[in-house]
Design a protein around this ligand. Structure first.
Ligand SMILES: Cc1cc2nc3c(=O)[nH]c(=O)nc-3n(C[C@H](O)[C@H](O)[C@H](O)COP(=O)(O)OP(=O)(O)OC[C@H]3O[C@@H](n4cnc5c(N)ncnc54)[C@H](O)[C@@H]3O)c2cc1C
Length: 410
């Protein structure tokens, strides 16, 4: 007999977006189903950098998570960042903390292999409220009246899920998006990126600064070195797809070229060992402003194209959108009303934290390549930038992450 599950809410995908939604729905005491095609732990191609948006969401869910788990060495602590400019100059940026304020002593970033971080989040789902099905891949979705029907394979058996509320947290290749919106890749709002784990990369700072290099040879791209534990590092290369296509760049070759030949980078890899072949995945950026809500459905995270366009950080925005979505879903369940009008402010709410980044991205990408390179050099090496970043911006991130509640307007 084929299993048929009836549920008020079905979340497809249990990455950062889906798990956060589920954890928050548990806190709000809303029963739901969450399914994922994979079994946890599972890998996800990523830079493995966790920014303070992640900390903010977790602090809003339960401050003891950061205090008792993150800060007590669960993940690698990074006290700031280092920009490596096209001419090779290093700009180290750490939060200035003249008065030894405990809040400002916190790491600015954490790094964690996604295998660990995503499992950590997934394990926080409250099974009193969530029916959790892994190894459950959704293949077909249809709608009759106000009810969605999902056809899925769960542990090799076909199952049917029926729900009035469909939540797409299934990443960049979202099957939910295919049914509710437009999955065509728009190169102006998409990036190609690669990750490769290495061991024994030289010159990693004791403060585990995450490093971002802007190679002169590849404008509108960046190369990163994100330190992990065990003397390992996440190395990667990302470039806006519009420029990849325009300049016919082979991103895999570009990554290898920088590691082997770039005068500012190659010496770091003299004693290093690659732990895997480079692995690629797409980055759907928030500047696309994808419609993420409708009658009985919401999208979040990569499925909603929510990656911060300048930094490539998508975990924080995915979790923020999941946190916000949970509140909208609770309201819809409480009122037993899932019509589009219930979610009409959702898009605005999930983009609110990214609006400044989106403006900067549009401005920088409209420049010719040579001006872009000169601009990066001039801006990032200026004293004004360093002062602003270390005395204002990093402080603002920390204060927001630890003290500012996430307010939701419906
Ligand atoms: C190379 C690279 C580097 C990056 N570096 C960073 C970084 O350093 N920091 C950062 O913040 N962001 C980074 N990002 C972006 C980040 O990885 C994503 O934005 C983030 O993973 C989005 O989370 P999500 O939950 O929306 O989707 P995902 O993490 O992709 O999770 C989606 C889940 O849905 C499941 N799923 C998919 N299809 C189905 C289906 N049909 N049925 C059931 N389940 C399904 C998958 O198994 C998966 O578990 C990077 C991305 C790339 C490609």
């Amino acid at each position: 007999m084929q299993e048929i599950i009836h549920t008020n809410v079905c979340i497809v995908g249990a990455g950062p977006a889906g798990s956060t939604t589920s954890i928050m729905l548990g806190k709000l005491r809303i029963k739901h189903l969450i399914v994922d095609a994979a079994d946890f732990p599972r890998d996800k191609i990523c830079g493995d950098g966790l920014d303070l948006k992640v900390v903010r969401v977790l602090n809003n869910i339960d401050p003891s998570i950061i205090k008792n788990e993150f800060i007590k060495d669960e993940f690698t602590h990074s006290m700031g960042m280092c920009f490596i400019l096209p001419k090779g100059k290093h700009i180290d940026l750490m939060c200035k903390n003249e008065n030894d304020d405990a809040l400002l002593n916190q790491p600015i970033f954490y790094t964690s292999r996604r295998t660990s971080f995503d499992t950590f989040l997934f394990n926080k789902i409250d099974k009193n409220f969530a029916d959790v099905r892994t190894n459950c891949s959704v293949q077909k979705i249809s709608k009759t009246g106000e009810e969605w029907t999902l056809e899925a394979t769960y542990q090799s058996k076909k199952i049917i899920i029926k729900t009035p509320m469909l939540v797409g947290a299934d990443g960049d290749h979202s099957v939910v998006l295919k049914h509710v919106g437009d999955r065509n890749v728009n190169r102006n709002h998409y990036a190609a990126a690669l990750r490769q784990y290495w061991q024994n990369v030289d010159g990693i700072d004791d403060n585990k600064l995450i490093e971002i290099y802007f190679p002169k040879k590849y404008p509108f791209a960046y190369f990163w070195i994100f330190p992990l534990d065990n003397n390992e590092a996440n190395i990667g290369f990302g470039m806006a797809s519009y420029h990849v296509a325009k300049k016919n760049i082979n991103t895999r070759k570009a990554l290898q070229d920088i590691i082997a030949n770039d005068v500012h980078i190659r010496h770091r890899f003299k004693n290093a060992v690659a732990l895997e072949q480079p692995k690629g995945w797409g980055i759907p950026m928030s500047t696309l402003n994808r419609k993420a809500h409708g009658d009985g459905w919401l999208l979040m995270g990569d499925a909603a194209s929510m990656v911060c366009p300048n930094s490539g950080e998508g975990i924080g925005p995915a979790m923020l959108s999941g946190y916000i979505a949970a509140h909208y879903i609770k309201r819809a369940v409480d009122e037993n009303c899932f019509i589009e009008k219930m979610f009409s402010n959702y898009n605005k709410e999930i983009h609110k934290p990214l609006l400044d980044e989106e403006r900067i991205y549009r401005f920088a990408n409209a420049m010719p390549a040579s001006i872009f390179i000169k601009g990066v050099d001039a801006v990032l090496s200026s004293n004004f930038f360093k002062k602003w970043y270390t005395e204002k911006e990093m402080k603002r991130w920390l204060v927001t992450a630890y003290t500012k509640p996430i307010k939701i307007t419906y």
